[in-house]
Design a protein around this ligand. Structure first.
Ligand SMILES: *Cc1c(COP(=O)(O)O)cnc(C)c1O
Length: 441
């Protein structure tokens, strides 16, 4: 049976999460499929940040560290994030950036591993992991005389031997949307004696995550993607309590000290996750992040992450079905795994011009290798953006669409696919204006 616009409207009409859309300011005429890169603005953010500027900073001045609760923000926001990723109160702090938090936890994990088993000198990760994760790991391995071993997803299990200290993975792949089974992969890593570091950048607020249920060791994640914390929002870090007090992390700034206001010349690490703080936090950004977290927590009365995940899968299933039905023959093919357990909240399509003469292999086999007929993806995304359908492009031929169930509906999905179909069918994307590159894609 073909899906119709009517079906999509009916699904929206009986969607219990529908009212959550009103928590956001979304520009008229925009279908926002890029909340996986930068979540949209919660309506509460502008007045809340204005209040933090005018009252807390303007009137309260330095007193606000106490009177406005500035000092406890990393913990308070951390507890809210904890409820979204399966951590317990007091186990998460919101702080610094994802890259910096990765440096801290990977350092701690490597110190723990080498204290027990100095012969373990390898960090394993995925070749298609997000570059900053790989760069941080590469730099740290270089400094410590370790080896960073990059493998394909199907090679992970076999790569885990007695030389491996840490397995560092991103739970949902930024490029393909493929998701690891955190529990099974962690079990396999532990059987081999390795510790796990999970990056939840594309998971937190997007899929159900149960860090304790998976027996994970360390996790970090991003505040400005599905958590809607605003551009450059602070990230977060979680360390399992069995590890939290075992090692100093190397960015041992004064906020991670047991008693920062004693101003002693010697470092004494705070107990627990506070040890993973570094220095003074960006309070205004923290304030905006809290508004973003509250949009995700607003789903709790409706079933929380479980309900969000169910709707996200229904949206992505609908998108995939409509693309395959209505855009067939126009050169787009599905890159994201179809199976629910194997994917996050985004759908990636590969574009190969059906009229160009191509080497024999298929689109997905050519991932990472631009070639004849594979240059259109960037311009297609630009043409969609000009029509108000905001997704993004990942080189060389990926069209990436993120689906956030907090504010997207089924009619949005229908309309997005209609725009895509028209852009492809009319070759609108070939216009010059869509083929000029910007710095940020
Ligand atoms: C978005 C993302 C980051 C971002 O790191 P920043 O320090 O915020 O620039 C890191 N890792 C992954 C896997 C991401 O998806």
């Amino acid at each position: 049976m073909s899906l119709t616009l009517e079906h999509c409207r009916e699904r929206d009409a009986r969607d219990p999460l529908r009212p959550l859309r009103d928590l956001f300011t979304l520009p008229a005429g925009v279908i926002y499929l890029d909340g996986n890169s930068l979540g949209p603005m919660p309506k509460a953010a502008a007045p809340r940040v204005a209040q933090a500027v005018q009252q807390e900073w303007g009137e309260g001045l330095i007193r606000s560290w106490n009177s406005a609760g500035w000092f406890e923000l990393p913990q308070r926001l951390g507890d809210k994030i904890g409820t979204i990723v399966g951590a317990k109160p007091g186990e998460v702090v919101a702080t610094d950036s994802t890259s910096i938090n990765l440096f801290k936890v990977l350092s701690a994990a490597l110190s723990i591993a080498s204290a027990g088993s100095p012969q373990r000198k390898v960090v394993v990760s995925e070749r298609s992991n997000f570059p900053t994760d790989l760069y941080i790991a590469e730099a740290l391995c270089k400094e410590r005389g370790l080896t960073l071993k990059l493998v394909e997803p199907h090679e992970i299990a076999a790569s885990l031997d007695s030389s491996v200290a840490v397995l560092m993975l991103t739970h949902v792949n930024y490029r393909t949307g493929a998701m690891h089974d955190m529990r099974a992969v962690t079990r396999r890593a532990h059987e081999s004696g390795a510790l796990t570091v999970w990056d939840l950048a594309h998971s937190a607020g997007a899929v159900e995550v149960d860090l304790h249920g998976a027996h994970a060791d360390f996790a970090i994640g991003c505040g400005y993607k599905y958590l809607n914390g605003g551009p450059g929002a602070p990230a977060f870090v979680w360390v399992h309590p069995r590890h939290a007090d075992r090692f100093w992390q190397p960015l041992a700034g004064w906020w991670s000290h047991e008693a920062p206001f004693e101003f002693t010349p010697h470092y004494r690490p705070a107990a627990g996750i506070a040890r993973y703080l570094c220095g003074t936090q960006p309070i205004l950004s923290m304030t905006a992040l809290e508004c973003g977290l509250d949009t995700v927590l607003a789903a709790q009365p409706f079933g929380g992450m479980k309900a969000l995940r169910e709707k996200s899968l229904a949206l992505t299933d609908t998108f995939i079905a409509l693309v395959e039905e209505r855009c067939a023959g126009h050169g787009v093919s599905l890159v994201t795994p179809r199976e629910h357990a194997l994917r996050g909240s985004q759908v990636c399509l590969a574009y190969v011009d059906p009229h160009a003469s191509l080497p024999p292999e298929g689109a997905s086999a050519a991932l990472g290798r631009p070639g004849a007929g594979r240059e259109g993806a960037y311009a297609i995304v630009q043409a969609l953006i000009a029509r108000g359908v905001i997704g993004d492009f990942r080189a060389p031929e990926i069209l990436r669409f993120g689906f956030t169930p907090l504010y997207l509906g089924f009619e949005d999905v229908w309309n997005a696919v209609e725009h895509l179909r028209e852009v492809l069918a009319t070759a609108e994307w070939k216009r010059d204006e869509f083929n000029r590159r910007n710095a940020v894609t």
